[in-house]
Design a protein around this ligand. Structure first.
Ligand code: UDP
Length: 236
């Protein structure tokens, strides 16, 4: 599906007035390799209510496997569109994740960009006491909870605490608060359109390079699924 398809489904989750949140995750290729290696994380992704492809390598894989996906649905873009929709529809939102100063800046910038948005609260993503964080969220009963604590932490946290959380839908949005705060900039539009945003991120944040070792494994796993066994890899 494309962005409007994803937004329509999220809108339905909200309209259903769920007691506990529907979970929406946005994995890229590196995250799928992690989910392949870690059975618990694999189950967490499979049990989500909606999973959208954040990355061009996933489009490539879907073509190779003859189950083509139409387009990338990146977490940050989905979040930005959802914020606009929330402002128009009157849905309340809560932000959880990122460093303490980053989340304050992200909230301030979002309030500035969306003056009509009901941003009911936020909390940084470095805490030990789940209970008090969840209590803080539940008091405000947001329609949408955005959680940006990186993968797989955010997906595991949401799945573990789903029954305790009182909101309609929760999304794992990775490093989106860093982008919204203005601390991390996105690739120029032409690079985004050509599917080269990953390259830009590696150049700007060389520390991410260590994760890139997962990409060749992703390619091998996809080819293995298509053509059968390849040395040194197992599929579940
Ligand atoms: N983060 C957090 N709590 C943690 C670890 C990380 O809130 O315990 C935040 C971190 O500050 C950053 C985001 O999670 O804002 C991770 O961003 P990244 O781009 O690495 O996300 P990923 O690529 O894993 O989706």
């Amino acid at each position: 599906m494309d962005f409007s398809g994803a937004l329509a489904i999220i809108g339905r989750f909200i309209a259903e007035e769920r007691k506990n949140p529907a979970l929406v995750f946005t994995p890229n290729a590196e995250i799928l390799v992690k989910a392949h290696d870690d059975a618990e994380f694999g189950r967490v992704l499979k049990n989500a209510d909606l999973v959208v492809p954040d990355g061009t390598s996933l489009l490539w894989a879907s073509k190779v496997l003859k189950r083509p996906l139409e387009t990338r649905v990146t977490g940050i873009d989905l979040m930005q569109r959802l914020l606009t929709e929330a402002e128009n529809a009157g849905w309340s939102v809560y932000f959880l994740g990122a460093k303490p100063d980053v989340i304050v800046e992200a909230a301030a910038r979002v309030k500035h960009l969306h003056p009509g948005l009901k941003l009911v609260g936020y909390h940084h993503g470095y805490f030990d006491d789940d209970f008090s964080v969840i209590e803080g969220i539940n008091k405000l009963r947001p329609d949408i909870l955005f959680v940006g604590m990186g993968a797989p932490k955010q997906e595991l946290w949401l799945t573990r605490n789903r029954e305790e959380l009182n909101c309609r839908v929760a999304l794992g949005v990775g490093g989106s608060f860093d982008v919204l705060s203005g601390r991390v900039d996105r690739a120029p539009l032409w690079m985004q359109k050509k599917g080269l945003e990953w390259l830009y991120r590696y150049i700007r944040e060389p520390s991410r390079l260590k994760r890139s070792i997962l990409l060749p494994r992703f390619v091998r796993l996809v080819l293995k699924e298509k053509f059968g066994t390849s040395k040194g890899e197992t599929t579940q």
